[in-house]
Write a protein that binds this ligand. Structure first.
Ligand code: CIR
Length: 256
């Protein structure tokens, strides 16, 4: 069960962040409204929110998930792979010090984005991406091993639409994985029950289980139906403006 989440309001410079989506410029008022709805959904799931101030120097800082990996046993600050995002970690570190007695950290030359690290029970899938480099993936794997977890690395560099591993993968309760087809044949996922994502609903592969609810992006009816059929209770959220900046539902919070 999660009891807390860290979120960070989008800054006025949000539209200057990194993106490859080609979906146009986000509208700031809509962005703020969608973020408020997202925060309300987390509270509806029973989480107490720690809200970090926005900072105009960091347009991508609302995507807090990339700055840390939080588990029951350890909190790890990342070193984000995009240089423009590395300064985001400081505020998250300060917030986490209230909750964790000690913090681990990925150190250069290792780079890791939290969006590449997916927890499925006691096991972690670590994406080797254009953001998470070899040294970073190894460092995360070692830290997790030291705390009693197992991990496997999944190279996603040849799967062009994926910025992060969790752009194409979500782990749900009971060892179920929501998975895009391009990842489905990877040996790391053998033995798991998977919920496939249709080719025209790829963006919806990034959903988030928060206690007994699953947050899902609006506009993707087939994955919603597949999840409802399996008994999940959904909260559907419009995150169109975050999608324009390559972000999804999971990126907008750190849950613990
Ligand atoms: C970036 O390119 O870093 C941001 N514009 C989007 C980050 C999305 N984060 C995530 O998927 N975990």
């Amino acid at each position: 069960m999660f009891t807390n989440a860290i979120v960070r309001a989008p800054s006025r410079t949000f539209a200057e962040g990194l993106t490859t989506a080609g979906l146009g410029r986000p509208d700031l008022d809509t962005t703020f409204a969608q973020h408020a709805d997202y925060c309300a959904a987390l509270e509806q799931c029973g989480l107490r929110l720690t809200r970090l101030e926005s900072d105009d120097r960091f347009p991508d800082a609302t995507f807090v998930e990339d700055t840390a990996i939080l588990t029951d046993r350890v909190a790890i600050l990342t070193n984000p792979g995009a240089p423009s995002r590395q300064g985001e970690v400081a505020a998250v570190r300060d917030a986490l010090m209230e909750f964790y007695p000690s913090l681990e950290a990925v150190s250069a030359p290792g780079t890791v984005d939290g969006g590449d690290v997916c927890q499925a029970g006691e096991h972690f899938f670590i994406g080797r991406s254009h953001r998470t480099n070899e040294a970073g993936a190894l460092e995360i794997g070692d830290l997790l091993t030291r705390h009693g977890y197992t991990s496997t690395t999944v190279d996603i560099r040849d799967i062009p639409p994926l910025l992060h591993l969790k752009s194409g993968l979500t782990a749900l309760d009971g060892g179920r994985l929501v998975l895009i087809e391009a990842l489905a044949g990877h040996p790391a996922f053998r033995g798991y029950e998977t919920i496939p994502v249709a080719a025209d609903e790829l963006y919806a592969a990034n959903c988030v289980q928060v206690n007994d609810r699953v947050l899902v992006a609006a506009g993707f009816p087939r994955i919603q139906e597949a999840l409802r059929d399996r008994g999940y209770s959904l909260i559907v959220l419009d995150v169109s403006e975050f999608r324009k900046m390559d972000g999804g539902l999971s990126c907008l919070s750190l849950r613990f």
